[in-house]
Write a protein that binds this ligand. Structure first.
Ligand code: SUG
Length: 439
């Protein structure tokens, strides 16, 4: 099996909507002017870099924004232009912003994945996240499902489930709350319970919402036909969520036999680590204490939102955001891992445009472990090659703006440009018709 990182290609309407309470970067940058072209080129440069390390790299296309179908469902009528104008004029454009979010680009939230080796039926399982906790994200699920079904189309090898049922009981945020370790051990994490368990309701964060429910994680583990003996459900620390870790991958990241985590990533940490050590023999745990590396700095720098990837010649690379290099506690922590642990290389990468919305290197990618025959079964042109990345850079330069302010979302020309761009993209990627305007 080889891991492929399916990065979200950042879309032509990348903007700072300020839509995610509990995501400090999104809240801080709400209303700032974005640069969609720079954002997409930074994302493509990251893909090129990771591909250059010899790591499997692929991509998922962006979504159409503004999401006109949602605006129609909410009662706006007429031509696309009329709908955008009316929504833009409604309550200072908030509704239009909700339907224009760039958030689908963080594909760690697109789905949860189990490789075929771990599923009882021997297929790769993908469950698109319903993202029920936040309205601006819940509208992603249907198109994500279509895109995943277009790419993982061969039902002999792949099973793309429906997203979990809507509503907050089964709120699911995808792989951002899931880690697979060696030996097919799956760690699912969650922030709240949907209903009281035998021990009642665990405490909730005080300031910010807990998004994922235990019940959603359990449903995904069932759907993926995992061996119950190799599945752990761990609660996110409410203090960690209140410090800005709205997803587990803001304060923890794991790969194979390595787990890097902050003291505020999980509740009941010692018990969790004991169980993990038992199930993942030889597990290396790198724990950052609140004293050495305060959660505030960890969240600001996104050091734990690094990608950890296996290198073909052995060893691993940590691909961290540039912000972590500029933060002394983060840089010291990451450098100590690279010097203390065997064969770990540290790299920094500039994805600042995405970071300003709370999306670091790890948020930008969905990990999919594939056997050779499964890779061969993917007919869509989504596996990165230098030539495909060149083509996509040209495509971005042709279609993307360099400045986008909140008021621009009400420009019907922007929506039109997006449709032209995405239509061209589906042809490059050979994924057929996946957008509403194509169906
Ligand atoms: O859900 N940001 C996303 C960021 C997701 C990051 N993903 C991971 N941690 N894996 C979120 O909060 C902000 C959109 C805006 O404000 O315009 C946003 O939705």
């Amino acid at each position: 099996m080889r891991e492929f990182n399916f990065d979200g290609l950042i879309g032509p309407t990348h903007n700072y909507g300020g839509l995610s309470p509990g995501n400090l970067a999104s809240q801080t940058h709400g209303g700032h002017v974005s640069n969609p072209r720079a954002a997409a080129l930074q994302g493509l440069a990251k893909m090129r870099f990771v591909h250059g390390l010899g790591v499997g790299q692929a991509l998922l296309p962006p979504q159409q924004r503004p999401h006109l179908r949602t605006l129609r469902q909410l009662g706006f009528r007429g031509t696309d232009e009329a709908i955008i104008a009316a929504a833009g004029a409604h309550e200072d454009g908030f509704l239009l912003r909700l339907c224009s979010s760039a958030a689908a680009t963080w594909t760690a939230n697109a789905a949860t994945v189990a490789p075929s080796a771990d599923a009882a039926d021997g297929r790769v399982h993908l469950t698109p996240a319903n993202l029920s906790q936040m309205f601006h994200r819940t509208i992603e699920a249907e198109t994500t499902t279509r895109i995943l079904r277009a790419i993982f189309a061969d039902e002999h090898f792949f099973f793309v489930h429906d997203p979990l049922p809507p509503g907050t009981h089964f709120a699911d945020e995808g792989a951002a709350n899931h880690t697979r370790f060696q030996g097919g051990m799956h760690l699912f994490s969650w922030g709240r319970r949907a209903w009281p368990g035998p021990d009642g309701m665990p405490p909730l964060p005080q300031r910010f919402p807990a998004r994922q429910t235990l019940e959603a994680s359990q449903a995904v583990a069932r759907l993926h036909q995992l061996d119950a003996a190799r599945v752990i459900f761990a609660r996110q620390s409410p203090e960690g969520i209140d410090a800005g870790a709205f997803h587990t991958d803001v304060l923890a990241v794991g790969n194979r036999d390595l787990l890097m985590l902050h003291a505020l990533a999980f509740a009941d940490r010692d018990a969790l680590l004991a169980t993990l050590r038992h199930l993942v023999p030889g597990l290396r745990v790198v724990l950052a204490s609140e004293r050495d590396f305060p959660a505030k700095e960890a969240v600001a720098s996104y050091a734990f939102n690094s990608q950890i990837v296996d290198l073909p010649a052995g060893g691993m690379a940590v691909v961290a955001p540039l912000e972590a290099k500029q933060n002394s506690a983060a840089h010291a922590f990451l450098s100590s891992i690279a010097s203390d642990q065997k064969s770990i290389a540290l790299h920094y990468i500039d994805v600042r445009q995405s970071m300003q919305n709370g999306g670091g290197p790890a948020c930008l990618r969905l990990r999919v472990e594939l056997e050779e025959k499964e890779v061969a079964a993917i007919r869509a042109n989504v596996i990165a090659t230098p030539a495909l990345l060149d083509t996509l850079e040209v495509w971005v330069s042709r279609h993307y703006r360099e400045e986008l302010a909140a008021k621009d979302l009400a420009d019907p020309q922007l929506a039109r440009e997006g449709m032209v761009a995405l239509d061209a993209l589906t042809k490059i990627l050979r994924i057929g018709s996946v957008y509403d305007f194509q169906i």
